[in-house]
Write a protein that binds this ligand. Sequence first.
Ligand SMILES: Cc1cc2nc3c(=O)[nH]c(=O)nc-3n(C[C@H](O)[C@H](O)[C@H](O)COP(=O)(O)OP(=O)(O)OC[C@H]3O[C@@H](n4cnc5c(N)ncnc54)[C@H](O)[C@@H]3O)c2cc1C
Length: 542
Amino acid sequence: MPTHAYPRFAYDGPVAPGRYEVAVVGGGLVGLTVALDLARRGARVLLLDEDQTVSQGSRAICFAKRSLEIYDRLGLGARILAKGVMWNRGTVFFQHRAVYSFDLLPEEGHCFPAFVNLQQYYAEEWLTEACRATGLVELRWRHRVSGVQNGAEGVVLTVDTPDGAVRIEADWLLACDGARSLIGEALGLPFSGQVFRDRFLIVDVVMERDMPAERRFWFNPPFHPGGSVLLHRQPDNIWRIDFQLGPDADPEAEKAPGRVRARVAAMLGKDARFEIEWVSAYTFRCRRLAKFRHERIFFLGDAAHQVSPFGARGGNGGVQDADNLGWKLHAVLTGSAGEALLDSYDAERIPASDENIEASTRSTEFITPKGEAARAYRDAVLELSEAYPFARALVNSGRLSRPAILTESPLNTPDDAAWAAPSPAPGSVAIDAPVRIDGRDDWLLRHLGGNGFGLLLFGGAGDFRDAELARLPVRPVLVSNTRSDGALWDYSGVAAARYDARPRTAILLRPDQHVAARWRCLDPEAVATARRRALALEACSE
Ligand SMILES: Cc1cc2nc3c(=O)[nH]c(=O)nc-3n(C[C@H](O)[C@H](O)[C@H](O)COP(=O)(O)OP(=O)(O)OC[C@H]3O[C@@H](n4cnc5c(N)ncnc54)[C@H](O)[C@@H]3O)c2cc1C
């Protein structure tokens, strides 16, 4: 019996025929995220979804730090933290014993943990509410897009509603209609990649259990011989268990309540008290479209790429797509950039997608070894990992989602000096740090990102001349190691250390908080050139 009461969004009659600036097809995790991102920037968005509720059952639960930072920028960070289960640690088990534990975020001084577990339906519900509250997103439920014509000047859509079909046009179309994307199919776009045959069983159980909030992964445990098992804690005393079933399992037989109960009881102990909340069986694919931009249509999330769930890279990758496209499309809509900027969506998100596909494919190969030799290697690595740290690097129970580093992006201005790690290079996402402002504790990332570019300037007021600050084409964000008016106070020195900053260090940040350029010493002309390059307004001379 589901414990969650799914909302039923109203059908408010058919969408008005006509032309819309931005249409999003698909009100799932990614469509709602990009609609909210655009609306927060001031753009009007039409969002169409064939359904009238949120994601059903157990899908994404692990929201990575980068997604949490993006959701914080969109105004949902505190709500997610308050409800979600925070975790940084994981433990790997082999057979009957714990072989090692790891910590994904051992250092302090970050607003968000490595992960928060939260059911996808909560995220979608809150995104829907937030979209509605902007007054700029027109949400149309029970609107199924059934036809699409793409062109250099815009897109024509046929939308089926309970009151009949409506024809609308859009300047820009964001296809967020999931893995079975009708838009991709209508355009005849094939996916390339791998389809895996191994079947997995998801069981969500409700139980009260005092266990640390950590990811637990078993290889070949006594309660599930030959397979792997993954355990995650979710809010509302719900626990997600993934059982590897193998390629020949019969999914219907495996979902039978008696069989599921027996599996779970074998794992949790015969005296464990639990209720089964959700059962489903799944297989997966690791693949993507050749290109994500097709003239006026952009593909985001599962409509663009799909991965295995090991590593939590599906939803988190889609949220990063939304983060990447939102500011660029807004810049084009408002005339601060030309359409060339939109080509960088492919240049940046295709390598990011490839990284996710590769990581998730490798995890799958380790978790489901094909053949005796692969299994013997896998088991030897696990055996060694208990005593030898070098072997732990070879264990792959899922390389967990990380922010994409857009190293090869044409929007980056290359460094002209040496920098010490972990200072984020051009293309990397900004690193958070604790700061104080007006006597209260705050976080650096909360002062970066938005509609415009920002320039982190390290140093005291005396380090910068008013005349040079006045010539800056971007908003300066002063970070000082002493308390001073109008500056973020880096009271612990963590911000300066993380950015390898000295007085007059300048870091140019895009509206999505990625580093566009950095300099040891502020030069307003260099900032102006790098900003133009990051908006694809001019190429770099290097
Ligand atoms: C078992 C499992 C576990 C997972 N765990 C994680 C995890 O822990 N972390 C993580 O990051 N990811 C995880 N994922 C992946 C994650 O769920 C997906 O990547 C995510 O849902 C993709 O979001 P999306 O918005 O692109 O697509 P979807 O969520 O599929 O949304 C597509 C939307 O489009 C609508 N739609 C479809 N066709 C049309 C049409 N023709 N017209 C109008 N509307 C249409 C649908 O109604 C739906 O609302 C998991 C997935 C699975 C299956």
